[in-house]
Design a protein around this ligand. Structure first.
Ligand code: NAD
Length: 235
């Protein structure tokens, strides 16, 4: 049976009005990455880091999923056992489009959760500010932190991604510059591959992809999901 892996990045949420990352000179909403999402930032910059993720939560509260999120959720739910959905995004656009918790893996964490720095207990914070939600962990009294994988930190879900990559037949990459995850390498592990970005990225060699679409995700997604459906039905 054919197995399909869909991997998205910040670009898929751009048309929902959520800023990407490297499209704006390596700044994210005018913040230097080193200040608010690099290992150790909670020790040297705790307030700024907390404020940054509080603001990201507030920012996505009223944002809506776009056509690309919606079609991916639809096709995942039509072929639940053939399609694996991974995202580098920390927003909740797929969830707002109806995906269930066990149908998606957030490789870099999830804005609507915080966790204890000591015992790792997870809390659902919704769109609240961290300080308004809880001071410390109710289980162990430890300090809380955004449930986000900072640069330089271990990303436990990469292990799941690597496993699935090695057994999948088609990979679909949407809206990532590939500065974090090497999608050119991923394309070489599978039979067929699709790349959709707005424009070429210096970090991607698109000659390794079977199909390349440089267009907004909402315009490309119908063709992509038709390809996936045909691939699953015929393999
Ligand atoms: P990136 O910002 O580095 O690259 C964005 C990519 O999306 C570019 O290649 C660009 O061509 C493409 N793009 C832009 N608009 C598009 C559109 N409408 N349709 C299709 N493609 C489009 O993003 P990244 O590679 O995901 O790396 C950023 C990291 O920062 C991620 O790991 C993520 O955790 C984090 N981040 C997340 C969000 C979010 O959750 N929405 C937003 C910003 C950053």
């Amino acid at each position: 049976m054919a197995k399909v892996l869909i991997l998205s990045g910040a670009g898929i949420s751009a048309e929902s009005g959520i800023s990407t990352f490297r499209d704006s000179d390596g700044l994210w909403e005018n913040h230097k990455i080193e200040d608010v999402c690099t290992v150790g930032c909670l020790d040297v910059n705790e307030e700024a880091t907390k404020n940054f993720y509080d603001a990201r939560r507030a920012d996505i509260k009223d944002k809506k999923p776009n056509y690309a999120h919606k079609l991916i959720v639809q096709i995942k739910q039509k072929y639940p056992n053939d399609i694996y959905v991974f995202t580098q995004n920390i927003d909740d656009m797929f969830e707002k489009a109806g995906i269930k918790k066990n149908e998606i893996i957030h490789l870099h964490g999830y804005l609507l959760e915080i966790r204890c720095r000591k015992c790792e207990k997870l809390y659902e914070i919704g769109y609240q500010k961290q300080d308004d939600f809880l001071d410390d962990c109710i289980s162990c009294g430890g300090k809380l932190r955004p449930h986000i994988v900072f640069f330089g930190e271990n990303a436990p879900m990469y292990e799941v991604l690597n496993y699935e990559l090695n057994t999948c037949d088609l990979i679909v990459v949407i809206g990532t510059s590939s500065n974090v995850l090497d999608v050119t390498y991923f394309a070489q592990l599978v039979d067929k591959s699709i790349l959709n970005n707005l424009e070429p990225s210096d970090a991607i060699d698109d000659t390794y992809f079977t199909k390349v679409i440089y267009a907004p995700a909402t315009q490309a997604i119908a063709e992509i999901t038709e390809y996936i459906e045909y691939f699953i039905e015929n393999n």
